[in-house]
Ligand binder design. Structure first.
Ligand SMILES: Nc1ncnc2c1ncn2[C@@H]1O[C@H](COP(=O)(O)OP(=O)(O)OP(=O)(O)O)[C@@H](O)[C@H]1O
Ligand SMILES: [Mg+2]
Length: 312
C-alpha cells in the first residue's frame, strides 16, 4: 500500500480573473474548490488511476472535513490526526490575460507536541506493509523541520522508499534524513542551493550535487520547460506535452503519484515517469488543483518522451 503523509492539509480555492487590478473589486469568471497539499494531491490522483493509498496527516475543522470528502470521492483511505484550528484554505489567483497563477497560502492548523507524537506513532504503524511513502509540503506553525528528518530516517531504516517534496527550510531538513527521491521545482531547487537555476544544464548540475551530497535521486520539474529525472542509472529530459493549459496547480504532484505507482507495482521507474508526466499534463488541462481524468492520462501516456540527458 502507498502511504501519503500531509502534515499541513489544505483545500485550494482557485479564482479565475481576466486581469489583476490593485485596489479594485474584481469579478471572477469562475471559481473552483478542490484538494491541495502535495501528498494528498498524490493520493487523489492515484485514486483517479484506480490505485489504492492511505492518506495520513493533521486535519482540523470544516476544511479538514472537505479534505476527507475529496479523498473519499477517489476511494482513498484516510486516517488523519485531528488537531486544533483549521486545515488551510489557500487562494489560487489565475490571471487569464496576465498568463500567471499565484497561490496565497495560510497557516491555520494548531498542532501540539502530543499531536506530533500521535502522527509519528501512526506513521510508524503504517510503515508495516507500506510499499512507499509520499511525504511533504510545508509544516504547521511550531512543528520543527526536523520532524521531516526523523520520519524519513525512520522509514529508510525500515527499508521503505520515500518520495519527498517540499520547499525550504523543510527540503533541506528532509534531505538530511536521506529520502530516496525528491521532486523539487525550479524555485525549490534554487532556494535549497542558494543560487539561481536558469538553464536546463544548471538544473542538472544542481540535481547531481544533491544526489552526491544526500544520495537522493532528483526529479526536477521546470514548469512549461519540461523536467529532468536523475535516476541512479540514467538521466532523462522529459519535454512537456502540448496540451491546453487551464491551471498548472498540482501538476508536480501527479509526478509523485506516477513514481509511487511504479514503486508499488514493482515496475521500472521509467514507467512511473511516463505515467506521472502524462498525469501532470492531464492535471494542467483541468481548472482544479490536482484534478485530472483517467481518459486524458491514457491518451497522453504514449506521447511522453524520456530523452537521454545529457543528449548522446
Ligand atoms: N504550462 C504547462 N504546459 C504543459 N505542461 C506543463 C505546464 N506546466 C507544468 N507542466 C507539466 O507538469 C510538470 C510539473 O510542473 P511544475 O514544474 O509546475 O511542478 P510544481 O511546481 O511542483 O507544481 P505543483 O507544486 O503545483 O504541483 C512539468 O514538468 C510539466 O511536465
Ligand atoms: Mg510541487
Amino acid at each position: 500500500m502507498i502511504v501519503t503523509v500531509t502534515p499541513n492539509t489544505c483545500i485550494d480555492y482557485t479564482v479565475f480573473v481576466d486581469d489583476w487590478v490593485v485596489g479594485k473589486t474584481l469579478r471572477a469568471n469562475s471559481v473552483v474548490q478542490g484538494i491541495a497539499g502535495k501528498p494528498t494531491d498524490a493520493s487523489y490522483i492515484l485514486g483517479e488511476m484506480g490505485i489504492q493509498s492511505l492518506a495520513l496527516g493533521f486535519k482540523a475543522g470544516t476544511t479538514g472535513e472537505a479534505v476527507e470528502q475529496f479523498l473519499a470521492q477517489k476511494h482513498v483511505a484516510t486516517d488523519f490526526i485531528t488537531v486544533g484550528g483549521q486545515s488551510r484554505l489557500n487562494v489560487v489567483i489565475h490571471c487569464e490575460n496576465g498568463g500567471w497563477e499565484t497561490t496565497v497560502t495560510t497557516s491555520t492548523l494548531v498542532v501540539s507536541d502530543e499531536h506530533v507524537a500521535a502522527l509519528e506513532n501512526r506513521f510508524r504503524e503504517a510503515l508495516t506493509g507500506a510499499s512507499c511513502i509520499v511525504l511533504g509540503g510545508t509544516l504547521p506553525q511550531g512543528v520543527s523541520p526536523k520532524f521531516y528528518t526523523a520520519l524519513i530516517r525512520y522509514a529508510r531504516r525500515q527499508g521503505v522508499p520515500v518520495i519527498f517534496d517540499s520547499s525550504e527550510p523543510y527540503l533541506s531538513a528532509g534531505l538530511a534524513g536521506g529520502p530516496t527521491y525528491i521532486k523539487p521545482n525550479r524555485d525549490e531547487l534554487s532556494q535549497c542551493l542558494g543560487r539561481p537555476i536558469s538553464s536546463r544544464s544548471e538544473a542538472f548540475r544542481a540535481g547531481k550535487e544533491l544526489t552526491e551530497r544526500y544520495g537522493a535521486s532528483a526529479i526536477i520539474t521546470l514548469g512549461a520547460e519540461g523536467a529532468l529525472a536523475l535516476l541512479p542509472e540514467k538521466s532523462y529530459f522529459i519535454p512537456v506535452l502540448d496540451v491546453p493549459v487551464a491551471s498548472t496547480a498540482g501538476a508536480g504532484d501527479a509526478v509523485l503519484a506516477g513514481l509511487a505507482a511504479a514503486i508499488d507495482s514493482g515496475n521500472p521507474l521509467e514507467d512511473g515517469l511516463r505515467l506521472g508526466f502524462a498525469a501532470a499534463a492531464a492535471v494542467v488541462m483541468m481548472p482544479g488543483t490536482a484534478e485530472c481524468r483517467m481518459e486524458d492520462i491514457e491518451r497522453l501516456l504514449p506521447r511522453v518522451e524520456l530523452r537521454d540527458y545529457p543528449p548522446k
